[in-house]
Write a protein that binds this ligand. Structure first.
Ligand code: COA
Length: 574
């Protein structure tokens, strides 16, 4: 079928549905929701059998829905309506939530239901629930709806508000007055629920050190407390600890008025410098719930070490890369036989930290910070590539983008959770050449032509597609908990395998042969020569693209590699 996506952006859910539908043989074209006339033009050019709106922020015009079946993905249970579905569900502490695929009609979110799914709610950030539970449920529901549409026998019906099974209802846009935190009265649980419900966007409007800002990325603290409620009492790396009436919560990220979202300690660097540091009790592990971006644990028999790095949005700043390398070197020195790089629950890595780079000022320009960041991530990749006493595994629980994909590929094996998406290319960021040793790591996996295609096509790769193309080594369970169990079991098997010593010997010999053929330093120097031009050369494309990405500039057109119906040679197949 020809399926047109009308969407606000090619975000992770849209990418997932794109990957799933194209893998089933459908032809999918994408048009961003820029103006009614642009959407009408896309429909006229592509002549789709079906229109799907995975992520739309406003209504589809009547000129389109009156003539075509349009399926809207709504992140709420059947009957739920309105633009803040997940926000209300999190704040209200719902124990179960869902996704409904409904047909667009005059009244928003009130049309006939083609499919729906439910899932148990997790105490987590809205952005995390969206990337995991909502995405999985939406994928199942959209695939079922598309099958039903193709079969032509399904008659969708609108939800009946009188039916007791229909629990959802119309709720308004959640406003900042609904999100407001009263620090003098609210418990840590209440503060966490409010910041979680606003995570990603729009954040909770508040003040810190007397300055207005929006709060994001909250984390529970089990043992530390003190100060008067609302007071910032300590810092740890990028996060701030703020007292509540019954304890304290960590604030990881903030957006100051007129600014961009930044690690809290960076956004308020001067005020934060006076705060006491609250170090972790152990080097890379903490016994109780607290803020900890890098965490190490070891299997009971000591054979496998697991290094977790849960960096907000998968972005890795210069300092985070340096700290992670220190943790990695520490893990390497342990008497383990396998090291598993677990990344974070939502993202494994999205490469260098574009917001921190954008915020660089004074003597350290964004170009300088880009240079420092790419070198720091390269140092980390090199440490992984040169590991010779252990087998290394990158276990992708969440998505991976740009340099993060090649950082993962620096490990001997890359295992991905089914449903994870990779964007192993850099061109979308102003034609960046990229580094992280991709010129060394990618061609042996997918061939020279395959590497060129991946870099040029700029399209997402599903976990299954990644295995088929040779980029990944295995696609494991879709359920996050089952995936972690599977990873631990497979890693233990690797560590206990009788041929481990032979495998490690072969690994050392291959590295030595590769080094003799062309030293790693040369790959790096060649890549960085291109990157130097990207950062410091006369073509400002990277700086312009980064500015628009970080400031979330509205899209003014759909990239041609997505809007295939706008290709010059495009003809509707007869
Ligand atoms: N640096 C800083 N922030 C980043 C980031 C990065 N490298 N990659 C993603 N983010 C942030 C986004 O700004 C967004 O922030 P928000 O919480 O304020 O909305 C959040 O992560 C989620 O990103 P989004 O684009 O909405 O997620 P997605 O899962 O739909 O898309 C990518 C994932 C990887 C395709 C997309 O984020 C991307 O292109 N990132 C840039 C990758 C890159 O070019 N890195 C630099 C070169 S190594």
């Amino acid at each position: 079928m020809r399926i047109l996506f009308l969407t606000h952006a090619f975000n992770s859910l849209t990418q997932r549905l794109y990957a799933e539908l194209t893998a089933r043989g459908h032809q999918v074209a994408i048009e961003y929701d820029i103006a009614d006339s642009v959407a009408e033009e896309a429909v006229a050019l592509f002549r789709p059998a079906l229109i799907v709106a995975p992520y739309l922020r406003r209504a589809i015009p009547e000129s389109i829905w009156a003539r075509h079946t349009c399926l809207i993905v709504h992140p709420g249970i059947v009957g739920d309506r309105g633009p803040s579905a997940l926000d209300w569900a999190i704040q209200a502490g719902e124990s179960e939530w869902g996704v409904t695929v409904l047909q667009a009609e005059a009244e928003m979110d009130a049309g006939p239901v083609w499919a729906s799914e439910t899932f148990p709610m997790r105490a987590a950030k809205k952005s995390s629930l969206y990337r995991v539970e909502v995405t999985e449920a939406a994928t199942r529901a959209v695939l079922r709806a598309v099958e039903r549409f193709a079969a032509g026998t399904f008659a969708p019906v609108p939800p009946d508000p009188a039916d007791p099974a229909v629990r959802g209802r119309l709720r308004p846009l959640m406003r900042q007055t609904d999100r407001r935190i009263d620090w003098t009265r609210e418990t840590s649980a209440s503060v966490l629920a409010k910041i979680n419900a606003a995570d990603g966007f729009p954040g909770v409007a508040d003040t810190l050190f007397g300055e207005p800002c929006h709060l994001f990325d909250a984390c529970a603290e089990a043992t530390l407390h003190g100060g008067t409620p609302g007071e910032v009492i300590a810092r740890r790396e990028t996060a701030l600890l703020r007292a509540t009436v019954d304890g304290a919560v960590w604030i990881g990220h903030v957006r100051r008025a007129g600014g961009i979202k930044l690690p809290a300690a960076q956004a308020f660097a001067t005020a934060v410098a006076a705060l006491p540091e609250a170090p972790l009790p152990g080097p890379w592990s903490a016994p109780a719930a607290t803020w900890q971006d890098i965490r190490y644990e070891e299997a009971a028999d000591g054979g496998v070490g697991f290094l977790h790095f849960d960096f907000y949005n998968g972005a890795m700043s210069t300092r985070q890369c340096e700290r992670l390398r220190a943790a990695y070197e520490w893990a390497r020195a342990r008497p383990t036989r396998v090291i598993v790089l677990m990344g974070g629950a939502d993202y494994w890595s999205n490469g260098i930290h574009l917001n921190t780079i954008e915020a660089a000022e004074g003597d350290n320009s964004p170009a300088d910070e880009s240079w420092a960041n790419i070198n720091a991530i390269d140092d980390l990749a090199e440490a992984i590539i040169r590991t010779d006493a252990q087998l290394t595994v990158a276990a992708l629980q969440g998505n991976c983008g740009a340099g993060g994909c090649f950082l993962a590929r620096a490990a001997d094996l890359v295992w991905a959770r089914d449903g994870v998406l990779l964007n192993p290319h850099y061109k979308n960021m102003g034609n960046l050449f990229g580094s992280e040793y991709w010129t060394y790591l990618l061609p042996p996996r997918v061939g020279d032509d395959g590497a060129r295609a991946i870099m040029q096509n700029r399209l997402p790769m599903s976990a299954r597609g990644g295995v088929a193309q040779g980029f990944l080594d295995a696609c494991l369970a879709a359920d996050p908990a089952a995936f972690r169990v599977d990873v631990a079991r497979r890693a233990a098997e690797l560590a206990a395998a009788p041929d481990l010593a032979a495998r490690l010997r072969a690994k050392r010999e291959k590295r030595a042969a590769d080094e003799a053929a062309k030293p790693l330093a040369q790959y790096r120097a060649e890549e960085l020569e291109h990157m130097r031009r990207n950062f410091y050369g006369f073509d400002p494309s990277y700086h312009v693209a980064r500015y628009h990405f970080v400031h979330k500039s509205p899209q003014s057109w759909t990239p041609r590699h997505l809007a295939v119906h706008r290709d010059l040679g495009w003809r509707v197949p007869q």
